[in-house]
Design a protein around this ligand. Structure first.
Ligand code: AMP
Ligand code: GLY
Length: 443
């Protein structure tokens, strides 16, 4: 194994290695990416567009939106950026990697064509079927009446998905036929997700525990990044509406290394091979959302980016330098690479603004962040925050903070994370109190 040595950084004229990196995005995932990259001895300078006040403590934030490609490319050119690392899916699906590469700037992310793995549910299903990846049985409909007839034939439970991107809200797991029919009405007829609802995918309902599996991909080779279990519902006991993720933990006892490895071989490697065969090799973070069914792990979806908050826990467990790993992936050199991990557990508790996910309140003041960060093993990543001129931190979005802790066990990491949450003085914020419950429940 060559390990991290396979990366040969560029030489500056005066003979010094240099690496100028631009991270794109503004959430806790991007904060964690910046935090990890900032620790690299290979890093020369780090920017984040647009970033947030937490990111500003480890990178220089530049006020350019993640979808403003001409401005991002111009910034990268003007500042001689060696590597761009996009965090969220929207710029990837819209072609940020292609735009950077057209300007000869290295970008660690999938091309627009490869990002279809996340951008289109139909595409994901076609890849899964072509590559023999276990997944729920499915059908696609462009005609609402045909979709309704199919639901009536199949009955509930059944899953209805808008085909395109819908900010994570385009999926209805319907426990009754009426619910499924209503979903078709609102997605296809009322077009509540716009053109993403021009077609729906209707699927068999899978039953089991969900886990998120991650790989670093260079188009040909995939390296396991590990797995985590997210908590998608807003309320304790997995109740209430779906969110972007209210917290997570790793490792997942229900997904031991042997099963993780088998799932990696069955859901990641074949997808990568199929994408390469089609002439659209996948480079970037590949995220397989899996259901651990009685028949083994089955694919629910791919995301073509790191998960949030999964990124926060996995990067806190990463012992290796992230920067040469991303560069090696860009250079197609992961075959000779490895990553080392701390043998610890990590837990992330997301703090959200009151009203999330429907109508989060903006602007409330958050105090006690330093006290929280001083809890041993804890890092507080900022998701949706803003800062006043005097440095006062305020809530600026739905998910606001990702309070992340490591520990020898999940229980220990969980205790540290909640101790840090307790140090944060933010009456208008809330979090789930049961992150990690599946791992910690009595056998
Ligand atoms: P997706 O946007 O595809 O990740 O779906 C959002 C959520 O819906 C997933 O995290 C699952 O909890 C659920 N889901 C999606 N597809 C299925 C399925 N076929 N069976 C059961 N639950 C599903
Ligand atoms: N936490 C799930 C996601 O990033 O989509």
């Amino acid at each position: 194994m060559v390990g991290n040595l396979c990366y040969t950084p560029r030489l500056e004229p005066e003979g010094i290695f240099r690496m100028r990196v631009l991270v794109v995005g503004s959430g806790a995932r991007e904060h964690a990416l910046c935090w990890s990259l900032a620790a690299s001895p290979l890093l020369t300078q780090l920017w984040c567009a647009p970033g947030n006040p937490g990111i500003a403590s480890v990178a220089t934030c530049v006020p350019i939106g993640a979808m403003d490609f001409p401005a991002l490319v111009a910034f990268a050119q003007d500042n001689e950026i060696d590597l761009v690392v996009p965090g969220p899916e929207a710029p990837l699906v819209a072609g940020l990697t292609d735009a950077m590469e057209a300007a000869s700037i290295s970008c660690f992310g999938p091309s627009m064509a490869a990002a279809q793995l996340e951008g289109s549910k139909t595409f994901t299903k076609e890849i899964a079927d072509a590559a023999g990846i276990p997944t729920a049985k499915w059908e696609r409909f462009e005609d609402a009446e045909a979709a309704r007839a199919f639901v009536r034939r199949r009955g509930a439970p059944i899953v209805v998905k808008a085909d395109g991107l819908a900010a994570g809200k385009g999926v209805v797991v319907a426990s009754t036929e009426a619910e499924a029919l209503a979903a078709i009405d609102s997605i296809m007829d009322a077009r509540i997700f716009g053109d993403s609802g021009a077609a729906v995918v209707i699927e068999e309902c899978l039953v089991g525990e969900e886990v998120s599996l991650f790989a670093l991909c260079d188009g040909e080779t995939a390296l396991l990044l590990g797995s985590a279990q997210d908590h998608k519902r807003v309320g304790d006991g997995d109740t209430g509406p779906n969110t972007g993720g209210m917290g997570c933990y790793s490792p997942v006892p229900a997904f031991p290394p042997s099963l993780e490895h088998a799932a990696f071989e069955r859901t990641i490697r074949p997808a990568l091979a199929e994408m390469a065969r089609r002439g659209t090799p996948f480079r970037g973070f590949l995220f397989a959302g899996l259901m651990l069914t009685a028949d083994g792990p089955k694919l629910i979806e791919y995301n073509t980016r790191f998960g949030d908050p999964e990124c926060e826990v996995l990067l806190m467990k990463l012992k290796s330098d992230l920067l040469p790993a991303l560069q090696a992936a860009c250079d197609g050199e992961l075959r000779d690479f490895d990553l080392r991990w701390n043998d610890t557990a990590a837990v992330c508790v997301v703090m959200a603004a009151r009203g999330y996910p429907d109508a989060p309140e903006r602007g409330s003041v958050i105090r006690g962040l330093e006290k929280a960060a001083a809890v041993p093993g804890v890092t507080v990543f900022h998701a949706g925050t803003m800062a006043d001129a005097d440095g006062t931190i305020r809530a600026a979005g739905g998910r606001v903070l990702a309070v992340t802790a490591t520990g020898a066990t999940i229980a220990e990491a969980r205790d540290s994370a909640y101790k840090a949450v307790g140090a944060i003085d933010w009456p208008e914020g809330f979090c789930r109190s049961d992150i990690g419950w599946r791992a910690l429940r009595p056998a």
